[in-house]
Design a protein around this ligand. Structure first.
Ligand SMILES: Cc1cc2c(cc1C)N(C[C@H](O)[C@H](O)[C@H](O)COP(=O)(O)O)c1[nH]c(=O)[nH]c(=O)c1N2
Length: 210
């Protein structure tokens, strides 16, 4: 039996406040075993029917990394074209990935056909497979910050391209591409808020009572 006291709860709250999506990394290498530890933590996450549908690909190969970076550049250029005027000008100034600097690249997929969990909980909501993988990524995100490691989620990518670059089974659905490394700075405010792209809102704006 483990009990968590007020000091822990305060620190846990600080962890939530200080977790960031990190796009600016220093060049120091990751601490030994860091990515493996994050993956182990992810595997403790809740998953529908205990299906553990997360699949991880540690991307070390330079050519594959380069191909992912090229895909990001192409997708980001397309994304910029979807905006106009002041929004486009502002979008162009945003840094939306740390792919070129991050010492760690980790792709995360959901295995939609695994028998693990025997289908429990998925019959009416098959998308719970993907939800489970996102839950695992959130756990990694927090665990990384607790170790002083920064993690950035990159979704400005073409899933089919990523599939081909990483040569993974067809039954895996691409969920996330994560950059992992030592953050250049720590901050308690989202970078997109600092850049005045969007502001973070409080719970009252998203909560109904019925
Ligand atoms: C599913 C998903 C996908 C993305 C993101 C997040 C999530 C949950 N985020 C990070 C996002 O911009 C960030 O979480 C918010 O701006 C809030 O900032 P903090 O995470 O609180 O620092 C993100 N950031 C970025 O720079 N490039 C990206 O492609 C993405 N994609």
């Amino acid at each position: 039996m483990v009990e968590f006291d007020d000091t822990f709860r305060r620190q846990l709250h600080e962890l939530f406040v200080w977790r960031r999506d990190v796009r600016r990394f220093r060049d120091d290498p990751l601490p030994n075993g860091a990515v493996d530890r994050l993956i182990e933590t992810a595997c403790l996450s809740p998953s529908v029917g205990l299906s553990q549908p997360w699949r991880f690909v540690i991307v070390d190969d330079a050519a594959r990394r380069r191909a992912v970076i090229e895909d990001f550049k192409a997708c980001n250029a397309d994304a910029l074209n979807c905006y106009s005027g002041d929004r486009a000008a502002r979008y162009a100034t945003l840094k939306l990935s740390g792919l070129e600097q991050a010492p760690g690249h980790l792709a995360v997929f959901a295995d939609k056909t695994s028998d693990i969990g025997h289908g429990l909980g998925r019959a009416t909501m098959p998308e719970t497979t993907e939800y489970s993988v996102v839950a695992a990524i959130t756990a990694m995100w927090l665990a990384a910050r607790a170790e002083g490691i920064g993690l950035g989620w990159v979704s400005i990518l073409n899933p089919d391209r990523i599939h081909a670059i990483l040569d993974v089974p067809d039954t895996w659905k691409f969920i996330a591409y994560l950059c992992i490394g030592s953050p250049e700075v720590e901050c308690d405010r989202p970078e997109l808020e600092q850049a005045k792209w969007e502001r973070r809102r409080g719970a009252a704006e998203f909560t109904l009572r019925r």
